[in-house]
Design a protein around this ligand. Sequence first.
Ligand code: ADP
Ligand code: ASP
Ligand code: MG
Length: 409
Amino acid sequence: MSLIVQKYGGTSVGTLERIQTVADRVGRGSKAGHQLVVVVSAMAGETNRLLELAGKLAVQPFEREVDVLLSTGEQETAALLAIALQERGYAARSFLGHQIRIDTDSAFGRARIRSIDGERLRSALQRGEIAVVAGFQGVDEEHNITTLGRGGSDTSAVAVAAALKADVCEIYTDVDGVYTSDPRICPQARKLQRISHDEMLELASLGAKVLQIRSVEFAKRYNVPVHVRSSFDDSEGTWVVPEEDGMEDILVSGVSLDRDQTKITVRRVPDRPGIASAILGPIAAANIVVDMIIQNASAAGDADVTFTLPKTDFRRALAMVEQTAQSIGAQEVSADTDVVKVSVVGLGMRNHAGVAARMFDTLAREGINIQMISTSEIKISVVIDAKYGELAVRALHAELVEKPPPAET
Ligand code: ADP
Ligand code: ASP
Ligand code: MG
């Protein structure tokens, strides 16, 4: 008998028929003798629908109330799945975040899980019940409802699996695994049998929304075996695992596209100590995560500072930067919301030079201009014009994933 945590994403519970299909699958697992905790997302589109409702009443609704609102999406599916299971004769019980004490900090809309008291879930399992948990939500010290950021049900699931020391956390979704690129953009993408935590962390942070990044952090830290697979069939999916021998032999294991990018440039700021901190300090203090930063000095004693940040924070950040620019005597602030970030990721890059050159050469051949570049040990990212995003992904996939690697010299 295994203890299995299963997570079903929005599309997989998108209609009552799909919830019935999920109930059948969960039921089969239970009949096979497994102990099951099932974490559910809101029905597809529901979180966006709720966000739009709030947006119709206020330009910037209070984040606390937005979390109260958004958490209802997952509450709905948890109850519906429990009802569907009970109707099939299974003992099932739904749990909301606060009922199993998924404790988080108070960062509404992007809360981090601090701890989970698995006691109520364990007792439910001991009673022979199937526990159905509303994903994406938790509770802070003051008993406020919090949510974990878009895609957060993945993190709920892996965190619950870690707390219960589950044998496996199965992430059921609308693709049958993790691919070398988003299969909706790149038809040549192929399914990976296994991917290392570090590569998956990079891909998740670079726009591959198949797993929320924090879920991969939990999986790595607590060594939770994660199996990403399809809710539509029984095929074997992709295992997210610690690094194994041979993984470094593959140069590039994924190409990703992040559309959630905007770019702000402050032109001709005086080139003296403290300028970057004057511009970026207030943004960091407002909890906005800046991604790439470049500063280039001119011979005339001034500099341009350019950085990228998520679309949701763009308006707030721009207002702050405009204020700072005035106070430090910068010439102008310009912004570009039509940019994307394209990245290539692979453990093999640690030991092989030349991937960057091949990447830039491929983009040049397609006539795509690179606006910014950033690298780490196992990834290279570029910011480019949004309209070339998908073309860049396909071209880079063809060159760096589909082609055999060049012979060693
Ligand atoms: P769920 O609602 O089940 O959480 P998501 O929409 O959040 O599903 O994530 C699954 C989607 O992630 C897929 O439909 C696919 O378009 C996208 N995706 C992006 N990059 C990848 C990748 N490398 N491998 C698989 N899917 C990917
Ligand atoms: N319903 C939330 C979202 O749409 C959480 C999730 O699906 O993981 O982002
Ligand atoms: Mg998701």
